[in-house]
Design a protein around this ligand. Sequence first.
Ligand SMILES: Cc1ncc(COP(=O)(O)O)c(C=O)c1O
Length: 397
Amino acid sequence: MISGGWQRAARGAGLLADDGTVAATIFAEMSALAVSTGAINLGQGFPDEDAPVEVREAARQAIADGVNQYPPGRGMPVLLDAISAHQQRFYGLAVDPGTEVLVTAGATEALAATILALIEPGDEVVTFEPFYDAYGALISLAGGIHRTVPLRAPDFQPDLDELTNAVTDRTRLIIVNNPHNPTGAVFPRETLEHVVALAHRHDAIIVTDEVYEHLTFGVAHIPVATLPGARERTVTISSGGKTFNTTGWKIGWLTAPAEIVTAILAVKQFLTYVNGAPFQPAIALGLGLPDSFFAGVAADLQHKRDVLAGGLTAAGFAISVPQGSYFIVADAAGLGFEDGVEFCRRLPGLTGVVAVPISAFCSPQHKPQFASLVRFAYCKKATLLEQAASQLAGIAS
Ligand SMILES: Cc1ncc(COP(=O)(O)O)c(C=O)c1O
């Protein structure tokens, strides 16, 4: 039997099977079920609309122009400048493009390089729970200890006393995903300020995953780095994938104080070295699109949220209306299903729709707390969501 870091990663993701192999994720199982049953796949969170035409055209042009070799290690200057200008334009944050920005292979590599660079084996990392599944695997891979603070239905906001208790002098990183996957929660300023105060008290670094930064509905996105005392100890991570419907391009980035960026770069250069040369100028162009583009993306997604939320409510689910991201959490308990995994396995047969259980975003010991909750993605065409809504209405019959 081959042993090594893969086992730590699989254990951290709750995927190490009893026979020592990596179990299939519930996402893969549900997507396969969608294919085999022809059901509408609202399980996986990828958009079914294409990127803006000018962004696609810029990538095509870059390939035609020969932008096909290794770009600079930190990223191409045109994208570094665009990320810096974006932070200034939307948040008033002055970021030095030469030293305080790093382009990565999606937000995922930014997370991986950050966690591997900044923790020693045995250090603790605090996240909310449920959490984006990569966090558990990456913390484990780096030899860290994962502590979580629950986000409970219906509003999925943390209890600040529980947060206070989770962060100690052993905490090296506090990872905040805002807007939050899988719950769609957006955390208020008070919560984010509390995170900053705790990071100061215990000398921790804050890592914020803000990939849904432009996808909030009626509430402004607050980057943690804009809060007093935060900037010097915050790594801000984002990605072009969600904003521009380019999840397959894997162009992500982080901004942080120069010293922290250098530490993360030391790891990143041996993970991928560089990535996506022709996509970098295209995402740079996207980041410079007018305000109307960004407002339009959020308004469009809000409409889709409303279509799905209406359908789920009409079908008898208790839901939490999300303030951001791609996802709605629904409680299947009211419909007589206490086990979300079992419910998701049966849902395609009952309604022709696929969802994923929230327990897939939990550490093994905490899955029971979230057992009856399931996640539906609404980053799909409105017509498809209307179809899903009408099919879901059949569940009570
Ligand atoms: C919270 C969160 N972080 C990171 C990612 C990964 O982003 P990327 O595709 O840019 O690596 C996702 C994608 O679903 C996500 O939901």
